[in-house]
Design a binder for this molecule. Structure first.
Ligand code: GKR
Ligand code: MG
Length: 430
């Protein structure tokens, strides 16, 4: 009988171009990092996935990989247990703790390492399961509640090009004035057909960000709009902004730091609060519940919530507490996008358009190149597993990028200091 036991885990770090996007922590560096995970069975099948590519994550993946040897691709619970035993959470050093004050990407928190590694392996194992069962991942998750998943136009204030000019500027140009932001939205919507719009804020003085939102509301009447300053506003500023945007917002994402701050904003405004910063694990979920749920919409992300199954469990909890659910994103390529799509298609509650940074990337690691959106949505694939395969030539090129860039950990703050040496990244800034 053929053995489908896991024989080998291969992790390849990659780097791809990322535009100079502004956020509360600073600005994106010219290269974004990811890891490509391949899990091979004795029978020669290969399951794939994409995850974080910063150094601590690569170390954790390398440490946990041997635990998978000999395991069946179906043994997800056993994989969870083995990974948790090997990649024990550790205490944060003082500098890591301080670093968290300006970290916008929950995936970089050390406290999430076990959940991140489990997720990285789980998706690749489910890709294998799909190949063995001749079924798409969405069917392994209970079947599609919707045939295609809507995503939103994720706008950023941005500079026209990186300070270090490592390659030709991206086609979006500068995005600072309200007119430029409307043009950015127009370009993205024309290309992808998105129906909802999210503005990453917390980068410019709030009155400029409010002006951009108002211009967007006027240019795209009826489009659901969201703003996300990544907790860079005080409670007072958050309340001023929401008042100035009366009637404009679908939800209000992470205006101010901490659950207490969010609770203070929630008590004084009638727009539902959403987060990917203060409800990022079960402990925080419990705190939100104990406080009467000031946060009404959880922005899930299977990459740090512990995988696809864990996110389905999160959906059930959101339903139990009467919360909404949507999806957060970081810079990523097509394997992540496809895993997000299979997951979102399988969760009836996930009815908001999901976030994706995908339009900001121009490279791909999957065969066939860039994934195609139709009318702002991505169709869930019906072929076995995730339905995408690695383009080996592209993987080699992206790995070369990784070797050539000196970047090993995302550092938006350090990058911003190249433009403005006095930039502190202190939050809330406004
Ligand atoms: O990539 O600049 C960025 C985002 O700000 C990202 O770091 C956040 O994690 O997109 C994310 C968010 O919604 O907060
Ligand atoms: Mg956010």
């Amino acid at each position: 009988m053929t053995s489908h036991a896991i024989r080998h885990v291969r992790v390849t770090p990659i780097a791809f171009r990322d535009p100079p996007l502004l956020n509360a922590a600073g600005i994106h560096e010219p290269w974004a990092l990811r890891s490509i995970i391949e899990i091979e069975t004795d029978s020669g099948l290969v399951g794939i996935n994409e995850s974080y590519g910063d150094l601590p994550m690569l170390e954790a993946l390398a440490k946990a990989a041997p635990a998978l040897t000999g395991l069946s691709p179906w043994a997800l619970n056993e994989m969870d247990t083995r990974v948790a035993a090997l990649v024990a959470p550790r205490q944060m050093s003082a500098s890591e703790f301080l670093g968290q004050q300006v970290s916008l990407a929950p995936g970089t928190h050390v406290s999430k390492t076990v959940a991140k590694v489990i997720s990285a392996f789980e998706v690749a194992m489910m890709d294998l399961q799909g190949q063995l069962a001749n079924a798409p991942v969405v069917d392994l998750l209970g079947g599609a509640a919707r045939p295609a998943v809507p995503f939103s136009a994720y706008l950023f204030f941005k500079y026209a090009e990186h300070i270090d000019k490592p390659y030709a500027p991206d086609p979006f140009g500068e995005g600072i004035t309200p007119g430029q932001m409307v043009a950015q939205a127009r370009r993205m919507i024309d290309q992808y057909g998105f129906k909802s719009i999210k503005l990453k804020a917390g980068a410019l003085p709030p009155e400029q960000e409010v002006a951009a939102m108002r211009a967007l509301a006027q240019a795209f009447p009826g489009a659901p709009l969201r703003i996300d300053p990544n907790a860079n506003w005080t409670v007072a500023t958050s309340l001023q902004v929401v008042e100035q945007l009366r009637g404009v917002l679908e939800y209000y994402e992470d205006p101010t730091p901490g659950l207490e701050g969010m609770a203070a904003v929630a008590a004084a405004c009638d727009v539902p609060l959403a987060t990917n910063m203060v409800v990022t694990d079960l402990k925080e979920f419990r705190r939100n519940a104990e406080m009467g749920c000031p946060v009404k919409i959880v922005l899930s992300d299977h990459h740090y919530w512990g995988g696809l199954r864990a996110t389905q469990r999160l959906a059930l909890m959101c339903e139990t507490f009467g919360l909404g659910l949507s999806m957060h994103s970081n810079s990523h390529l097509g394997i992540s996008l496809m895993a997000m799509t299979h997951l979102a298609a399988s969760v009836p509650l996930l009815s908001y358009a999901c976030d994706t940074h995908y339009p900001w990337q121009d490279d791909e690691v999957v065969q066939g190149g860039r994934l195609q959106f139709e009318d702002g949505s991505l169709r869930v694939t019906s072929t076995p597993g995730l339905g995408v395969q690695i383009d080996r030539e592209a993987l080699a090129r992206l790995y070369d990028n990784y070797l050539n860039t000196g970047i090993r950990n995302r550092d938006d703050l350090g990058q911003m200091r190249k433009y403005d040496p006095g930039f502190t990244g202190h939050q809330p800034r406004f």
